[in-house]
Design a protein around this ligand. Sequence first.
Ligand SMILES: *[C@@H]1O[C@H](CO)[C@@H](O)[C@H](O)[C@H]1NC(C)=O
Ligand SMILES: *[C@@H]1O[C@H](CO)[C@@H](O)[C@H](O)[C@H]1NC(C)=O
Ligand SMILES: *[C@@H]1O[C@H](CO)[C@@H](O)[C@H](O)[C@H]1NC(C)=O
Ligand SMILES: *[C@@H]1O[C@H](CO)[C@@H](O)[C@H](O)[C@H]1NC(C)=O
Length: 402
Amino acid sequence: MRYRVSHAVGALALPSLSSATLLYVTSYTGTDPSAVPGALTTLNLTISGYSAGSLQSIATSTECGAYPSWLTLVGSNLYCLDEAWNAPANGSLVSFQITDGKLSLLDKVTTIGGPVSSVVYGADGHGLAVADYGASGFNTFNIANPTHIVPIQASVWDLPQDQKDRNSARQKSPHPHQAILDPTGQFVLVPDLGFDRVHVFAVDRNNLKYTEQYPLLINPGSGPRHGVFVVAGTKILFYVIAELSNQILGYDVLYMADGTLGFEQVWTSSTHGLNGTVPAGATGGEIAVSPDNKFLIVSSRNESSLSINNWDTTNSAKLPSDPLITFKIDFETGALGPVQTFAAGGLIPRHFSINKDGTLVASAAQQDGRVAIISRDPASGVLKEYVANIAIANVNFAIFAE
Ligand SMILES: *[C@@H]1O[C@H](CO)[C@@H](O)[C@H](O)[C@H]1NC(C)=O
Ligand SMILES: *[C@@H]1O[C@H](CO)[C@@H](O)[C@H](O)[C@H]1NC(C)=O
Ligand SMILES: *[C@@H]1O[C@H](CO)[C@@H](O)[C@H](O)[C@H]1NC(C)=O
Ligand SMILES: *[C@@H]1O[C@H](CO)[C@@H](O)[C@H](O)[C@H]1NC(C)=O
């Protein structure tokens, strides 16, 4: 169906003007667990005109546990990680079957502890690699049968003495923060916030086993949190967001003849760009690449540097917001050029994601407890307007079901 758009900027490439898309979001338990239990929620996004959408909760599950932190969608199965802050040790990997957005529990297995990110790897997508922030580990699972998840391997790190001696508050132990598959499917990379390095694992596509390789070392005190690969013609770039130094670091990725991975650093800037100023107290959050590999977006938390209209349209008081910052990637040099700083829709945007055609961004503002859907022009990379939003206390992660 086609709709005529009377809005002045109607010529923008927007998501089809009448459509419904599901999203999955996770939220942590609140200070009063009976009022705000940790949850995995399915949202139904309906867009029915320029900037006129609705976001409704259509299913909620508390079966992932009290501190759900990350979701990986594999066909009609959803894999949820529970950080389990309430437990002295270990965390969980929980599988669900999705039917019309409804979630039914399939299996639940133990991870090393405090899992915060997972990624699919291996032939037929039968491996799932998990980064365990809390317990300083990394583990892998066979998910060929989602009703029977099978552990494969695990690693736990400790800091060398000289690093312990630094006694930095956030870096008292290794904190693996994400698991990322390289574009060739041969390596899983794990930025470690506590250890100032990115662990590199060569993964066997068939038996799903990993071999740890020499890591990518990051400057002391940087706190590498998340990373993203960018495929630029024949080149592959890798960008890291460092939470503690509030930097974006860019690397040319080299596939060596001996089967190892090499990195040549080509870019260093703040999360606000080369000449940008990072407000005191800010912490780098998420980093993502647009589907066309042309733009990089990062979130910066704890800034309150922008202000937005109140979601309650009867209330004229503005609300503070942290930013989502967009850069254009220069494939030749790896340089990031400034495009836009846009309000994330609230405070502490711990996570955001971009839909497949690059027309929408889902932003999860943890402190405000709100998911905001923002329209995006894929050609210019510019974020445009809030098209829908919903209040979900302690929300920390949001992905599109596609
Ligand atoms: C999402 O909302 C649309 C519009 O109200 C509705 O047609 C559709 O059935 C909903 N999807 C689900 C899975 O509930
Ligand atoms: C659970 O945590 C303990 C203590 O950290 C660890 O030794 C054990 O390997 C963990 N279990 C699994 C299945 O990872
Ligand atoms: C940014 O800073 C660099 C050096 O720090 C300078 O050479 C460059 O001209 C500046 N760019 C802009 C756009 O101000
Ligand atoms: C947030 O920033 C303020 C300074 O504006 C700082 O005092 C506070 O420690 C920061 N909070 C976190 C969690 O980093």
